[in-house]
Design a protein around this ligand. Structure first.
Ligand code: FES
Length: 96
């Protein structure tokens, strides 16, 4: 699984049941976050590969993100968990 933040990227081992944000933190990838409960969107990211290997959008993500954003592959790093291992690429994509 590849975590991309700006010009940096790091390959990390995907773990089922673990959020994208936890993967970043466990692997010392600086991934902005604040609330960790799906409201601030600082951890927002774009899934460019492997969306089917991640959890379905939960209530917090559905409340914070527009349906179009979810359709385009945008998710909240603190809410989305890996469900299966495989090729996954995630780009940090906050609003600001
Ligand atoms: S850390 Fe606030 S929405 Fe994820």
């Amino acid at each position: 699984m590849l975590l991309v933040k700006g010009e940096h990227q790091r390959s990390v081992v995907p773990e089922a049941g673990v959020t994208i944000l936890q993967h970043a933190e466990n692997n010392e990838v600086e991934w902005n976050s604040f609330c960790k409960r799906g409201t601030c969107a600082r951890c927002r990211c774009e899934i460019t590969e492997g969306i089917g290997l991640l959890s379905e959008p939960n209530e917090a993500e559905q409340a914070r993100l527009d349906p179009e954003e979810i359709e385009e592959g945008y998710r909240l790093g603190c809410q989305t968990t890996v469900t299966e291992s495989g090729d996954i690429t995630i780009k940090h994509a906050p609003y600001f």
